[in-house]
Design a protein around this ligand. Structure first.
Ligand SMILES: NC(=O)c1ccc[n+]([C@@H]2O[C@H](COP(=O)([O-])OP(=O)(O)OC[C@H]3O[C@@H](n4cnc5c(N)ncnc54)[C@H](O)[C@@H]3O)[C@@H](O)[C@H]2O)c1
Length: 296
């Protein structure tokens, strides 16, 4: 594997592009929005600066990494010559199905198609393509350059060979891959999201305030970040989509998103990325401070 196409330059896409490029892969970063591409590359550059300041990499390694990343708004051009596509676009089933349908026709027949979806069925995404055995979940964690885990999700038809290739590739990136099966939310979000949702429900019921809930979980359970701040960090829209996928997938009310979460997303309070969620990040400096606190 040499050429990796990453679709989506948002929170996860730019982290995935960064991680592959830093390991020496050629990365074609694709987004429908030119602005997202610019912001994505700026974020990668800033995160590489942080590694320079910690003496993890040199200025020369930063330039090498950035030189390995090229950007595209046209998906057909962007995936040309890709050995692997990692899709990290918005968590929306119709949008992902459209992307994978298109990938079927524009990628070479051996290109492996991976998705970074947090919860959507790999089997369903694979079924829209002309190569379901080459479709797999590659669920990186946020922030990608730092978090060790990659949850590797086998769809119903994913081949042993592709699973092995992607497990090995994840190790090449310095990650720890864990293989799981394809059920809504997989493992990570099936366990994490009910906890975040319950924290929001606890706030909604007036049991305690935002900082009190987060402090209980940080100091009492040794979590590095409180659940409400983590929800802000992930994106409240992303949390809502994942809960809805599990709620619909299992037909179990225990996954029903808290009405407060639904309202906040409707009101555009999406967490760090929109400047406000459970906390106020209305200045870039504040958002950076929160990110730094988590990333140190
Ligand atoms: N945020 C997290 O903590 C997290 C963690 C693990 C996995 N994920 C998953 O990663 C994926 C991306 O999430 P995110 O948080 O980076 O979202 P985001 O909103 O930060 O970024 C999504 C990007 O996709 C782009 N996009 C939308 N439609 C597109 C298309 N048709 N073609 C190309 N680009 C398109 C948008 O312009 C945007 O830049 C989702 O599937 C999400 O569930 C998110």
């Amino acid at each position: 594997m040499k050429n990796i196409a990453v679709i989506g330059a948002g929170t996860m896409g730019n982290g995935i592009a960064h991680t592959f490029a830093q390991s020496g892969f050629h990365v074609q970063l694709i987004d429908i929005s030119e602005d997202s591409l610019k912001k994505g590359v700026a974020t990668i550059s800033k995160n590489l600066d942080r590694l320079i300041s910690k003496a993890v990499i040199s200025e020369a390694q930063k330039s090498e990494t950035l030189n390995l990343i090229s950007t595209y708004t046209n998906i057909t051009e962007g995936v040309k010559n890709a050995d692997l596509v990692v899709e990290a676009a918005t968590e929306n089933i119709d949008l992902k199905l459209n992307i994978f349908k298109q990938l079927s026709t524009v990628c070479t027949k051996n290109t492996i198609l991976a998705t970074n979806t947090s919860s959507i069925s790999i089997t369903q995404i694979a079924a829209i393509t002309n190569r379901p055995e080459l479709v797999i979940g590659m669920h990186f964690m946020n922030p990608v350059p730092i978090m060790k885990l990659v949850e590797i999700i086998r769809g119903y038809n994913t081949s042993d060979e592709v699973t092995k290739t992607i497990m090995e590739l994840s190790k090449t990136l310095g990650k720890e891959p864990v293989e799981v099966n394809d059920y809504p939310g997989f493992v990570a979000n099936r366990i994490l999201m009910p906890m975040l949702n319950e924290s929001i429900e606890t706030l909604y019921n007036g049991v305690a305030g935002v900082t009190e809930i987060d402090t209980v979980m940080k100091l009492g359970m040794a979590h590095p970040m409180g659940p409400l701040q983590l929800a802000d960090f992930i994106g409240l829209d992303v949390c809502l989509s994942i809960l809805n996928v599990m709620y619909n997938g299992f037909k179990n009310p225990k996954y029903a998103p808290c009405p407060l979460l639904v309202n906040m997303v409707r009101a555009g309070k999406l967490g760090i990325k929109s400047g406000e969620g459970f906390y106020d990040y209305s200045t870039t400096r504040k958002a950076e401070q929160v990110a730094k606190q988590f990333l140190k």
